[in-house]
Ligand binder design. Structure first.
Ligand SMILES: NC(=O)c1ccc[n+]([C@@H]2O[C@H](COP(=O)([O-])OP(=O)(O)OC[C@H]3O[C@@H](n4cnc5c(N)ncnc54)[C@H](OP(=O)(O)O)[C@@H]3O)[C@@H](O)[C@H]2O)c1
Length: 290
């Protein structure tokens, strides 16, 4: 297949591009190659190529940044994917649009299913939800893949930040009152390929590793794995913090957005491994002694 992947300078897009290159003709676009704030560039780039599918990973992902730059968030997170969807439809190509667990109404504990209500809170979540609606309005056969708490080697994320802090500081904390699914970009790349190859995959699909945890549990598990892998840590035990205590948080965040993976497993035919197993592989591979 000839597959265009956007956002390949980012954590997920880089992993998807690396994996799919092994079996497909990949056209990888980072921000330098295509600026998604420019509708003309989008038309020119997609118009110039023959392709079978787009996996759209690019987005303005800074949740608080989006509160300050809502026009940019709207252009990149809503208008660009809507335009890409229209072009895909015209060209008979398939589209997978990567979205977020932040679209869900996170008021109830438990695992979110794809049919659960959405209630995006901040600008980031609202622009991502508007994109989901726009993409699926263009074609109900397109896929909206809802990702969450991505970690991977291509761009440092929460797991890397907590290790760095714990290497330098004796007292570190993590948020104990927000839940989701940590997810490995390598696993998500394989699952995205399986979704792309299954024509029965359509509409919203949760795209994450299995199981749920708080940021505190995610951070503590990360430190335990890093210590076991030989990383020298000043802080071994994280203290609990609350979202409301975080001075840098401009955007309101949903609380319970951990997602159920049974639809993902059924559509991909692949086991969706628990986040702890995926995180252990990541830490051992990238932080281990050997
Ligand atoms: N990271 C998470 O935990 C998480 C959670 C839920 C959902 N998601 C979704 O998953 C997808 C991938 O996220 P990620 O973790 O890979 O994020 P990321 O590392 O921030 O990558 C996003 C990419 O989009 C690019 N981008 C931003 N503005 C652009 C523009 N105007 N034109 C072209 N490219 C632009 C960024 O370019 P630069 O490299 O130049 O900044 C970056 O490479 C996104 O749709 C995100 O909403 C992520």
């Amino acid at each position: 297949m000839r597959i265009i992947i956007t956002g390949t300078g980012g954590r997920l897009g880089a992993a998807v591009s690396r994996l799919l290159r092994e079996r497909h003709r990949v056209i990888a676009w980072d921000r330098k190659a295509l600026d998604l704030t420019s509708p003309d560039q989008i038309d020119d780039h997609l118009g110039a190529l023959d392709f079978d599918a787009v996996i759209h990973c690019a987005a303005v992902t800074g949740v608080d940044y989006c509160e300050t730059y809502p026009d940019e968030a709207h252009a990149v997170n809503t208008a660009a994917p809507a335009q890409i969807a229209r072009i895909c439809k015209t060209r008979g190509a398939r589209m997978i649009h990567v979205s977020t667990d932040y679209v869900y109404d996170g008021t109830q504990p438990g695992l979110r299913r794809e049919s659960d209500p959405c209630r995006p809170l901040g600008i980031y979540a609202k622009t991502k939800r508007a994109a989901e609606e726009a993409v699926l309005e263009v074609s109900a056969d397109f896929v909206v893949a809802r990702a969450s708490w991505i970690f991977g080697p291509d761009r440092p994320g929460f797991a890397d930040a907590i290790i760095q802090r714990a290497m330098l500081e004796t007292h570190c904390g993590a948020i104990a009152d927000k839940w989701s699914n940590p997810s490995y970009s390598h696993d998500q790349a394989a699952l995205l390929e399986a979704l792309l190859l299954n024509p029965a995959a359509r509409g919203a699909v949760n795209l994450c590793n299995a199981g749920s945890c708080s940021w505190l549990e995610y951070g503590q598990t990360t430190l335990d794995l890093a210590f076991a892998a030989g990383v020298s840590l000043q802080c071994r035990t994280l203290s609990p913090q609350r979202c409301a205590e975080m001075p840098g948080f401009l955007a309101e965040r949903p609380v319970y957005t951990a997602m159920d993976t049974s639809h993902l497993a059924a559509l991909t035919g692949q086991p969706v491994r628990p986040w702890q197993e995926a995180l252990a592989e990541y830490i051992n591979t990238y932080y281990g002694r050997g």
